[in-house]
Ligand binder design. Structure first.
Ligand code: FAD
Length: 369
């Protein structure tokens, strides 16, 4: 059945949901307070790295991340086709570098369980690591190599998603300022400052780090809060780094546009997106321990974004028990770019009633209440 859907928030999650819903024939309006992609989504490093990001064990979150990575080859192709835009998507593989013997124990543990789930990881000796990354620090003694992880250029991906939405007939209204959910029990009504009023059958809330502000309207306790990520980029006219390279303190990833992106801090700073000397200096210090050639180079660009974090680290994806027409899609913290395809499909399945909600109970928005 064709539904009228309002999507609140035009970050990667809101746009991906709108793109998928429009592709399934729904009538979609995205309402954005400021500019689409202007917050966390446009600030991200774009790594699609479920194995590097989940070192602990195969929990529900890991499986969600892994299934989203599997969707990516086809999904990114669909976004490019629908939008006519291009963006970098590179299947580079990743390296997690160790400096001590003890690091290899942790690597072996990770390899054992991750290979059961398609990671294809192996432990590289120092020499094998240097064959892959000739400029790595001489003290790096081994690495966990995961060939199946990839990355994309997030700012261009978000632009392509927005254009893809428009091409599929999504109405996008931005610069709306503060939006209010006026009513939701009998009819769904959202209003914007200048007396604008929007009605729909369904409402998707994907306002990232700002999602908590809607919880009260639905009588919910939703612990979604901002965690600032500071990040920087070096100019890299000739490619000196070939994989996504992680250490215990951060990562670097080379982009086709001739930059080397390095991130990222995790600070509690409210809704402040400023960059601090301390935050970037820490990255610079660690980058030299990965690649000594960076000793004499300074980042040319520094920025920050607000990740939408939740109390238990899992996103909120699901309907409310007492308000079946309201669907939450938020709290993706460090992995919103990776999780955009799977979130889009799950939200569309929830609207089409083609998914067992029980399968999503680990991500149920009401788990905190
Ligand atoms: C430095 C950094 C590096 C990262 N690197 C990666 C990475 O490598 N890989 C990865 O997968 N993820 C990464 N992330 C995480 C990823 O960026 C986020 O998880 C993702 O962007 C969240 O998307 P979102 O759409 O939920 O939020 P956002 O992109 O923040 O979008 C929310 C939107 O809602 C709008 N909004 C807010 N309030 C309202 C309102 N009341 N009404 C309407 N609209 C509203 C905002 O203006 C914004 O446009 C990184 C994040 C940061 C900060």
């Amino acid at each position: 059945m064709r539904e009228q859907v309002i999507v609140l928030g035009g970050g990667v999650i809101g746009l991906a949901v709108a793109f998928e819903l429009a592709g399934r024939g729904h009538e979609v309006t995205v309402l954005e307070a400021n500019r689409c992609g202007g917050q966390a989504s446009g600030a991200a490093a774009g790594m699609l790295a479920p194995y590097s990001e989940n070192g602990e064990g195969p929990d529900d979150f890991f499986h969600l991340c892994r299934s989203s990575l599997a969707l990516y080859p086809r999904w990114q192709h669909e976004v490019k086709l629908a939008s006519g835009c291009t963006f970098e998507y590179t299947e580079s593989g990743s390296l997690y570098v160790g400096y001590h013997e003890a690091d290899e124990l942790a690597m072996a543990e990770r390899m054992a369980w991750q290979n059961e789930w398609g990671a294809e990881v192996s432990i590289l000796s120092g020499q094998e690591l240097r064959e892959r990354e000739p400029r790595i620090h001489p003290e790096a003694r081994s690495a966990l190599y995961c060939p199946v992880e990839s990355h994309l250029y997030a700012p261009d991906y978000v632009v392509a998603l927005e254009e893809g939405c428009r091409q599929r007939g999504v109405r996008i209204i931005d610069e709306l300022g503060m939006l209010r959910v006026e009513s939701w029990q009998n009819e769904l009504v959202v209003s914007a400052g200048a007396g604008q009023r929007f009605e729909a059958d369904r409402l998707v809330i994907s306002t990232g780090a700002w999602s908590g502000q809607y919880a009260e309207a639905f009588g919910l306790n939703l612990p979604v809060y901002p965690i600032r990520g500071q990040i920087c980029a070096y100019e890299q006219p000739t490619r000196a780094v070939h994989h996504m390279v992680f250490s215990s303190q951060g990562y670097v990833v080379a982009k086709d546009n001739g930059t080397l992106v390095s991130g990222a801090s995790e600070d509690v700073a409210g809704f402040d997106t400023s960059v601090t000397e301390k935050g970037i200096e820490r990255l610079i210090r660690w980058n030299k321990r990965l690649f000594p050639y960076l000793e004499d180079v300074q980042p040319f660009h520094r920025w920050a974004g607000l990740r939408p974090a939740t109390q238990d680290g899992y996103p909120l994806i699901g309907k409310l028990k007492g308000a079946r027409q309201v669907i939450w899609a938020t709290g993706h913290y460090r992995n919103g770019i990776l999780l955009s395809p799977v979130t889009a499909k799950l939200v569309a399945d929830l609207i089409d009633e083609s998914v067992e909600e029980d399968m999503l109970k680990a991500f149920a928005p009401e788990r905190f209440t």
